[in-house]
Each structure stands twice: as C-alpha cells, then as structure tokens.
Design a protein around this ligand. Structure first.
Ligand code: FES
Ligand SMILES: [Fe+2]
Length: 351
C-alpha cells in the first residue's frame, strides 16, 4: 500500500493508542533473569523478569543516564542493570544506587506490567505514568484448571486501526452481508449451501464502565432449512478499547472455549494480533479447531475490509443514539486526553 494512501487513511481516524492493557509479549518469552526490548503503542520498552520473585516489569528501554538500551543489560536479583555504566533500576522505575549520582533519587519511566494467562500485559496511558484505573479480571475456571491452555494463533501484523474491532461489533448490518456464508474453518473458501444466521447484540456492563459485550447466537441454515440444534453462543467481552477481548464460545452439550484476542498497535494502522484459547481437557481438539477456525475465517473477512478503509466520523443516516453512536461515546473514555471523535461537528477529522 502506498504511503500516501496510508497517511490519508490515518488522518481520518482517532489517535492510534487509546488507554488500555496491551499484550507486549508471551510470558514464556521472558524467563526469570531475562530482559527483552519491545516496541509498540509508540513506546520503546525494556521488559525484564526478576530472578528472585519472577515478577515481570516494564521500564523505558533507554537508560536515564546516557541512553544505553537497558534490555541489553543484566538482571541482578529483581533489578535491571544498565550495560553501560552499571546503574540499576527496580521494576517500579526507581534508579537504585547509581554509582555516579548517589545523592539524587531518580524515577525512570515505567509501566504497570503483569502476566495474564500466558500474556505479558502493560497498561499504557497517554497520560504518562497514569495508574491503571481497572485490573484485568481473574478467570477462576482457568485458575482452577477446569479450563486449560489448548492453543494459540499468531495472526502476524494487520493493517487496521484498533477502533475497527469495536466498530465491527456494533455494525449489525454487515453480519448477513459479509459473514452470512459459511467458510471452511481457517480459510476463505466458501460453502455456498450453508448460511449462517447471526443474531448479534451489543450492551454495556452495568457496573464496570470500561467493559462492553457483544453477543451472537448464530444458527446454520443448510439448503434453505434452519437447524435450531446448531444454535451456539459467542459472548465477546471488551476489557477496554479492544486491546484485549475475551471470547466465550458455548457449544451445546459439549462445553466451552475461552479465547483471548489481543490487538497491539505498532503504528496507527498496524496491529499485532494474537489469539490464545483455553477449554476443558475433554473437549475434542478437532471441535476446538472448528470453532476457533470459524471465527478466524470470519475475522479475516473483516480484515480485508479494514485494511483498505477510512474512518467516517459522521456517517450519513446513522443516528447518535444507535449502537454505533453509543459505542463511540463509550469508546471516548479511552482518550482522556481528548475526544476520539468530535460530537459537536466542529472539525473534520479526529486524528
Ligand atoms: S547509560 Fe546507563 S548507566 Fe550510563
Ligand atoms: Fe465483522
């Protein structure tokens, strides 16, 4: 895609990095005593894992002293030591005993970082250093190993803005148009005699302002006949701006799959996308592959649209109180620095 087109598209969108919890690595990528450099959400970050507690930490990659890359340093106990002059930082960004500046306690930029079911997540905010206003929820059934890790999928980099995933969930009209036909799971190959009858809905959490839900109860129509027995349920929970969403697939009589999908913006229109799922041991692998693969196939159809589109701030014929208007109003909370779009209609673009 030409740079001009990318720039043109980019200007139509809200800012690229809304406040939220972002996946920056797989937990297994950083063992105790290791460090790793990651770049995302417009930041350069050194992740490191304490040798003593095993806790993950995220600090600005460049040393506050003379700017060496801390990710190339060495983990000493629960501190990260700069490879250049040996300053040490703890996971809260405190510069401990700098040999050259003992008298001045220094605080280095850092992020709240956690391990969350195999994913390293950091809380990013446009207001640097802001505390996360909410935690990611515990999943008791995974904690108690009722659901266990069953697989993951690295979808690589996708040219889209992060808001598109939330926009998609309130755009009920595209479901029959774009997602009405069945595909062979994991592929784009259509099975023309099977239709998917979607029943989408979108609602907000009564208690948690940052949480929204999308639900679909699809059934299959095969050669013109609707099979109610095929009706399944997918509940998608937005834990913030779409940087991490949780899927709960319910398959009648068989069980459930819990899947996390994460979007990590590398640039305004480029996301790193990962999927990671959990299910009871007894759920057959082939069934999991069918359900997850179905979702991936549908998601790929959206990707084809997203990677070529722009953002319409005030689409004609769409009332503010409809699902799209309500979703966009909800989404604005993730831009505490300024509005994600302009409800007063004073300016052309949100970016
Ligand atoms: S640059 Fe890190 S201690 Fe000097
Ligand atoms: Fe879609």
């Amino acid at each position: 895609m030409s740079d001009n087109l990318t720039r043109y598209r980019e200007r139509t969108y809200p800012p690229p990095y809304p406040d939220g919890w972002y996946r920056v690595a797989a937990s297994g990528e950083i063992k105790a005593g290791e460090a790793k450099h990651v770049q995302c959400v417009g930041e350069q970050i050194a992740l490191f894992r304490s040798k003593t507690s095993g806790r993950i930490a995220a600090v600005d990659a460049f040393c506050p002293h003379l700017g060496a890359n801390l990710a190339h340093g060495e983990v000493k106990g629960d501190r990260l030591q700069c490879p250049f002059h040996g300053w040490q930082l703890d996971g809260n960004g405190r510069v401990c005993d700098p040999p050259h500046a003992k008298d001045r306690p220094l605080l280095h930029r850092h992020w709240e970082a956690i391990d969350y079911y195999g994913m390293v997540m950091i809380y990013h905010s446009a207001r640097q250093g802001a505390q996360a206003p909410y935690r990611l929820p515990a999943e008791p059934r995974i904690d108690e190993r009722e659901l266990v890790y069953r697989g993951r999928y690295d979808a690589g980099e996708v040219d889209m803005h992060i808001i598109e995933f939330a926009e998609n969930s309130v755009d009920f009209h595209h479901f029959s148009e774009l997602h009405g036909t069945m595909r062979i799971p994991w592929t784009n190959i259509e099975l023309p005699w099977i239709r998917i009858l979607h029943e989408p809905s979108w609602f907000l959490d009564d208690a948690l302002g940052h949480v929204a839900y999308f639900q679909d109860d699809p059934a299959l129509e095969i050669r013109g006949r609707v099979y109610e027995k095929t009706r399944a349920r997918a509940l998608i929970t937005f834990l913030g701006p779409g940087s991490i969403v949780k899927f709960e697939f319910q398959i009648p009589k068989i069980g459930e799959i819990t899947m996390f999908q994460t979007h990590t913006p590398l640039e305004a229109l480029r996301q790193r996308v990962f999927f990671r799922w959990f299910a009871a041991r007894k759920v057959p692998r082939i069934l999991i592959s069918y359900v997850v693969g179905n979702w991936i196939s549908q998601w790929r159809q959206d990707v084809e649209i997203w990677k070529n589109k722009i953002y319409r701030q005030r689409p004609p014929g769409v009332a503010g109180e409809g699902p799209l208007g309500r979703m966009r109003k909800w989404y604005r909370q993730f831009y505490p620095e300024g509005p994600a779009d302009d409800p007063e209609g004073e300016t052309g673009n949100g970016g």
